[in-house]
Design a protein around this ligand. Sequence first.
Ligand code: PFF
Length: 464
Amino acid sequence: MALGNESRHGMWSSRWLFVLAAAGSAVGLGNIWKFPYIVGEHGGGAFVLVYLACILLIGVPIMMSETLLGRAGRESPINTMRKLTTTHNKSRFWVAIGWMGVVAGILILSYYAVIAGWALFYIWRMASGTYEGATPEFAQETFASFQAEPLHMMAWQTLFMILTVYIVGRGVIKGLETAIRWFMPLLFVLLIVLLGYSSQSGGFDEAVTFMFRFNWESLTPQAVLIAMGQAFFTLSLGMGTIMAYGAYLPNNTSIAGTVFTIAALDTLVAIAAGLVIFPIVFANGLATDSGPGLMFVTIPLAFSMLPGGAIFGAVFFLLVSFAAITSAISLTEPALAYLVEEYNAKRRRVSITLGVLCWLLGIGSVLSFNAWSDMPLLGQPTFFALVDHFSQNILLPLGGLLISLFAAYVLPKTVLAEQLGIRSGFGRTIWVLLTGIVAPLSVLLVFISALWPGGFDRLLALVA
Ligand code: PFF
């Protein structure tokens, strides 16, 4: 497919805007909320090392595949896949990649907005001094009582959805680019300020040891799978977001270099988030393995025990909110671009419709923490857990698997050569090895283990 065309939705003003936009999508709740608590639960150092290997060996090749497919098609993921399969006479089956991405984006955004709403509320909660002189019980109870009030949670979820819809409705340049130009530099500045603060808190050395000491004993096969799944979620892979963003990437940009930069930025932020959180946790003698509550119970408590904690705690939750919003806007792009293309609809109108849909679905997640907390669904403990499991553990790995297979084995070599600039030799061998073998096999493993709990351990037992 010839290079040189432009997307009808607009184009990033430069290569750097693509880097910032994709990094904005990648850096989110996954880095600041989830990464530190799973590192905490899986014992630190060895887990971090496996995670880095997953980013490099699985994340980077799949991100390159998504970007090159997007740029080759220059449309929404669904229409990009239609165009590529029609032009090159391939099976229409591959268009499923686009459809799965649309569904995954809507599902993920529905609960992402709920958790991001908590972060918005906690900016206010920290700044107003709620936690001054707080005890661990108080921190626990205030979080529990907030979760017990669906209307209160919905108010913050609604605010977050309105912000998201407003930004995406304004379009690629006026909406997305403007938000990214402001929020991403601010995010990096806030992170550096917080790093300075946490390095003075007294627990920095302990935190560094915890995160980088290779304690192999704590590394279970399950932890390896969690590291793979996290590498996937954190880089926003498997659902066409990066494909949609890649469609707006100028032609004269090296995909490999750009993708490495994005993956490096995402990883740096995840590590930095750990280095902000763990020192203050250690400085106060709190537990590192408190799971999802780490951010909303342990962190407010830890900040409140330090000088200037109310302000720096508020800054921390502002950082989380910026990170969440730049990810949320990317979650809508595959569906939004498709509906605009298909129905020639106004972007603003489509974004409101999508926003309302995600908001309605999100109410199910809000209720999962209170009225519906005892209502198991399809083998999952709550509606929230079901949506999270289905999107993150099934749709994303399946999408990633199909994307890597399509890029490695179905897409004509000429398109690959044109997009990546590699024709033969070492570069091509590495590409086929990673995209065609290592990445799909690893993703298949994550996928099987999600569908068949305990199956991975049984497979290992068979081999051993
Ligand atoms: N990468 C985001 C995070 O780490 O929070 C989550 C995400 C955003 C996943 C966009 C998928 C996506 F398409």
